[in-house]
Design a protein around this ligand. Structure first.
Ligand SMILES: Cc1cc2nc3c(=O)[nH]c(=O)nc-3n(C[C@H](O)[C@H](O)[C@H](O)COP(=O)(O)OP(=O)(O)OC[C@H]3O[C@@H](n4cnc5c(N)ncnc54)[C@H](O)[C@@H]3O)c2cc1C
Length: 391
């Protein structure tokens, strides 16, 4: 008996280009690999042929590899909250699903999102929604913050929202490895190559109802015109996220320091147990400033103001990673292309794609296989919102 499992793995490793595929996924990062895994998980092993085309098998520059791996439910949209809750559940049951060796080194630690007077009401509203949906977060007043986190400068802070469960950070590379191995084990084939273009063919057996014969091409032109007017390319920007690792030589905030998000957007968390921290900021505009200069100019002054003990910090290293930012409304784009209905999009997850990868993979598999979202309804994240100009 040939070992089918092993043959599939060998084929995947050799990158032989198949003659046929039912579903081709472009990009084998966390999102693409999660989609591949879920497509195969939801069908029998031989049910559908899934191919992932990945241009860089070392993943050296992809967002997943450079990500901080943070997981939090502190969002304002129900869909983002639900996806992150599912992300936490997926990680909790990872070994059950993928075997004992599957480990993403999850560090449980709440997020602390700070708000000044102007942002306080929004923080309360978000917190209520998060708790309604099952997140376990608590609002803390300035005095409560001061007594719980004496190392924090709270002079300009009105409130903080502290996550008490299902938040923390994990190793994104480990998650990608687990998802990829899971997809390959179920029969997905990874191909090393770059997709540079599409050729669309009108299917002869394709019947369009309710539209007069001959007007179909015109319809296509209208949709493309709308897309061009919206200038789709400029909506999806590559944004640099700057990160630095530093050491605090004065008495640092202790082991219980949450992943703290300042009103300015600067954030930090501990990195291990010995006074080492990781912090960063996503610039509003795409920036090409070198990471060390950006760190000193933009990030350090805010860190030093928020935590006086950080005045003694020493930068160990700094880097920036790129992610796709949907500048229209900062949320992911999930669903069918408005004209080519056999083309699905799952992109633009900005700074929260790694924690949402399990939920997005499951949602896209539902859309393709069941024709609709079955668990978390991501209709709001569809491409149509660009056409009707409704973030
Ligand atoms: C510094 C940094 C910190 C972050 N921190 C967090 C965080 O704390 N929490 C969180 O949830 N998210 C975070 N993110 C965001 C998160 O990492 C991304 O949203 C997520 O990894 C996106 O996954 P992806 O698979 O869509 O993209 P990627 O990981 O970039 O994968 C896309 C893949 O597609 C391949 N590809 C592209 N074009 C082609 C083509 N034409 N043909 C073939 N292959 C192609 C690329 O080589 C790449 O491997 C962070 C990102 C960065 C950069």
């Amino acid at each position: 008996e040939p070992d089918v499992n092993n043959m599939e793995k060998q084929r995947a490793l050799m990158g032989l280009f198949p003659r046929h595929a039912d579903i081709v996924i472009i990009g084998g990062g966390a999102i693409g690999s999660s989609i591949a895994y879920w497509l195969k998980e939801k069908t029998s092993r031989e049910g559908i042929r899934v191919i992932v085309i990945e241009k860089d098998m070392t993943y050296s520059k992809c967002s997943t590899r450079l990500s901080m791996g943070g997981l939090s439910q502190q969002f304002s949209l129900p869909e983002n909250i639900q996806m992150s809750l599912y992300g936490a559940e997926f990680l909790r049951t990872l070994k059950k699903r993928f075997g004992h060796g599957a480990d993403v080194h999850f560090t449980p630690q709440g997020y602390l999102v700070l708000a000044d007077e102007e942002r306080a009401q929004k923080l309360i509203d978000n917190n209520m929604l998060q708790r309604e949906l099952g997140a376990v977060n608590r609002i803390l007043t300035r005095n409560q913050l001061k007594s719980r986190f004496p190392w924090l400068n709270t002079t300009d802070i009105e409130l903080g929202s502290l996550g008490l469960e299902r938040e923390g950070w994990f190793d994104p590379w480990a998650l990608l490895t687990v998802l990829r191995a899971g997809a390959v084990d179920l029969g997905t084939q990874y191909i090393n190559g770059e997709v540079v273009d599409f050729t669309f063919q009108l299917r002869e057996d394709f019947v369009v109802e309710g539209i007069e014969e001959g007007s179909y091409e015109a319809l296509q032109e209208v949709v493309q015109l709308v897309l061009n007017l919206l200038n789709w390319q400029s909506l999806q920007k590559l944004e640099n996220r700057y990160v630095c690792r530093f050491e605090c030589t004065e008495t640092p905030p202790g082991i219980n320091v949450p992943m703290t998000v300042d009103c300015s957007g600067v954030y930090f968390r501990r990195d291990g147990l010995g006074g080492s921290f990781i912090g960063g900021l996503s610039p509003l505009e795409n920036s090409e400033i070198a990471a060390d200069i950006y760190t000193h100019q933009e990030i350090l002054p805010i860190l030093e103001n928020r935590v006086p003990a950080f005045k003694s910090l020493k930068i160990k290293n700094s880097w920036h990673g790129t992610y796709e930012n949907n500048s229209f409304d900062d949320n992911g784009i999930v669903g069918p292309h408005p004209y080519y209905h056999n083309l699905y999009l799952a992109t633009g997850f900005s700074g929260h794609g790694i924690q949402q990868a399990p939920a997005v993979g499951r949602a896209v598999a539902e859309l393709i296989l069941d024709g609709d979202f079955k668990t978390i309804d991501l209709t709001r994240f569809g491409f149509d919102r660009f056409i009707v100009n409704k973030p």
